[in-house]
Design a protein around this ligand. Structure first.
Ligand code: SF4
Length: 433
């Protein structure tokens, strides 16, 4: 049975945050149409072979897109062929289910329950499967939190972002610090067994002190998992425009590095395992779903703008809830583009994903897949990066200031390397491309 992680994109938000470039709309009147289309998409993937479940009229478009993306491959319809071979007779076995967005906590518990029922009808999902729902403080109440467990959710990822109201207002979040704390209490009282809290650092005007206070307050709740991301300025967002117009100033880079190091030290000192650049977990609580992305294994994304990755193919749904609904209503697949990964892209992904993880890049696996020794390919790049420390554990400080550590056929970042992740990936990628 083919094992996949399932992602459901819920494209609705109460309000658009200033830094966000995820696809979402604030018009929730489309929610019933979205639900009908999503259930149809789920059913479509449950039929065999998958694309035969719908009208073939959407297939020429998919084939045409392949010619653009396929890197010279001429096999007839490799996308469909890949689908047919990757769908075993006994179907998909799900390794995790993740409702992301958007703001999935805008769905009612009945809607969540219905989606999960449809999923379980056609996909094999083990009883103890991790089912995560992203939620925003400001959309939860005590009764709604209590119903989530009944609907089937066993992991909650809460977008707290900060416990400082100045940061929350800069990010134009719909909640304040008090509501964030209340939401965590609701979830804990509802006995949600696994709660993850998202934080953002390097917000303009944030100080090292205020960031430390946010981390301290987060730790007081003892969540099972914490993610912390540096604020990014995505093109087209209100925050990026404000920087261009010099209305706000980005956080100083040195301060941003200090915030990252200080945050990670506080979390590891409190017993959290730093297992991915931005993610920390109490023992046994790593995100099973996100680990699938970082492992480069298969995932299926449903809903507008959702991405999928299977057998070296990637495809993406259209990022328009109206068009998504119309396509499925006409029995057509809502796929916007497909891409067969080239060897060069696969190498780049292996480096980018491998170095994010504490386990690092598996060099034996690299040799098996790409039939070349990684160190032979990257010798001079590794030298210019300062060489490899063979005595330091991943993500730990290197006594001789090295950026990379090589232990048991794995290449990983040292603490110093964590701060230069982008640069290191670029150098290694240039050497293997
Ligand atoms: S709630 Fe999340 S998805 Fe929605 S606009 Fe804000 S950051 Fe984006």
């Amino acid at each position: 049975m083919r094992n996949v992680a399932l992602y459901i994109h819920v494209p609705f938000c109460r309000h658009k945050c200033t830094y966000c470039d995820f696809y979402s709309i604030t018009d929730t009147s489309m929610l019933p149409h979205y639900m009908a289309a999503l259930l149809k998409e789920i059913e479509g993937y449950q039929q065999k072979p998958p694309f035969d479940g719908f009208s073939s009229s959407s297939l020429p478009e998919i084939r045409q897109q392949q010619q653009v993306f396929n890197d010279g491959e001429t096999a007839a319809s490799p996308f469909l062929a890949a689908f047919q071979t990757m769908l075993p007779d006994d179907g998909f076995s799900l390794s995790s289910i993740y409702f992301g967005g958007g703001t999935p906590s805008l769905l009612s518990h009945e809607q969540i329950f219905t989606i999960l029922r449809f999923i379980r009808q056609g996909f094999y999902a083990p009883q103890d499967i991790e089912i995560t729902l992203e939620a925003n403080p400001g959309t939860l109440s005590e009764p709604s939190a209590a119903l989530l467990l009944n609907a089937g959710i066993n992991r909650l990822s809460l977008g707290v972002q900060s416990f400082d109201n100045r940061d929350l207002s800069m990010l134009s979040r719909i909640h304040d610090a008090r509501q964030a704390a209340e939401s965590i209490h609701y979830l804990q009282r509802a006995n949600i067994p696994n709660i993850s809290i998202d934080l953002i650092y390097a917000v303009p005007c944030q100080t090292l002190d205020s960031w430390q206070q946010t981390v301290t307050q987060t730790l007081q709740f003892k969540p099972q998992h914490i993610s912390m991301y540096g604020l990014t300025y995505e093109p087209g967002t209100a925050l990026a425009r404000a920087v261009e117009l010099k209305q706000i100033k980005k956080c100083d880079e040195e301060l941003e590095r200090e915030m990252y190091l200080c945050g990670s030290e506080m979390l590891t000192a409190a017993g959290y395992e730093h297992y991915e650049i931005s993610n920390f977990a109490l023992p046994g609580y790593r995100s099973r779903h996100n680990q699938k992305y970082w492992d480069g294994t298969a995932y299926l994304g449903l809903g507008p703008s959702a991405h999928s990755h299977f057998n070296h193919f990637r495809w993406r749904n259209i990022d328009d809830v109206h068009a998504y609904h119309q396509r499925l209503n006409k029995d057509e697949w809502p796929v916007a583009e497909t891409e067969k990964l080239t060897t060069t892209q696969m190498k780049a992904e292996a480096i980018l994903l491998g170095l994010r993880r504490k386990e690092g890049l598996d060099l034996q696996m690299w040799r098996q897949i790409f039939t070349k020794d990684f160190y032979e390919l990257t010798g001079s790049a590794l030298e210019s990066l300062g060489g490899i420390d063979l005595d330091t554990s991943p993500f730990q400080p290197s006594q001789n200031g090295k950026l990379l550590t090589g232990i048991n056929h794995h290449l990983a970042l040292t603490r110093q390397g964590l701060l230069l992740y982008d640069y290191i990936c670029r150098e290694l990628y240039a050497a293997v491309a």
